[in-house]
Ligand binder design. Sequence first.
Ligand code: SF4
Length: 258
Amino acid sequence: MATTAVPSIVKNLSRNNILDFMASGEAESWSPQEILSWAVENFAPRMALSCSFGAREGMVLLDMYQRIDPAARVFSLDTGRIPQQTYDLMDRVRDRYHIPVEVVFPRAEDVEAMVRVEGMNLFYESIEKRQRCCRIRKVEPLSRYLAGLDAWVSGLRRDQNVTRAETPKIEIDASHGGIVKLNPLADWSEERVVEYVREHNIPVNRLHGEGYPSVGCAPCSRAIAPGDDPRSGRWWWENPETRECGIHVDEEDQGSGI
Ligand code: SF4
């Protein structure tokens, strides 16, 4: 199954030993493929890649992951507000890689109650309302999905935002039941991601070519000028410190009270 050699010393760790292994910092020197291979050996099929289809990082990991494990599991959150270009990319991935995408939706009753009281575009009114929308459309569906996994893979990189500067390659996700969270691209630069996409001719979201380095929900994403902070097109009306949806931040740090 694996095409990348996994250091034998860390194969098939018991759950108790995972903490010691992470504390050793050994994985920090590993390539993304080594991280993924290690994870497949230890967690598949109870692991999955979180792919928004709105960032090159997720597509790079999807490409690497399915080369290592043809049964790779990929999931995506459909908030109900994502652009058509993102749906188009999901179907292009199905055609090219022949893997199903597990699409996770928010609870309809929660969305209905929110928009009935606060309107369709509440997120522009305050940070609290924006975080409430993210919580209902993203955070709850993610938590519900992750409850069935032992590990998940994200495309976080340290230089994406001030909130991500300390991202480790392997961590325990205390916000989601203590499962393992893998960030194989933590030490990659934007340039390295773009180069991998080019080298392997990986399909990406067409909005990247229209000035969107990062595509999320349509009303909360916009194009940026060349040279601007790549994350500045997301929730642009907020300060950089608050520009997270709650998926990748500790709930207490976020202050969302989730
Ligand atoms: Fe709501 Fe915007 Fe968050 Fe999407 S990104 S869930 S539309 S606040």
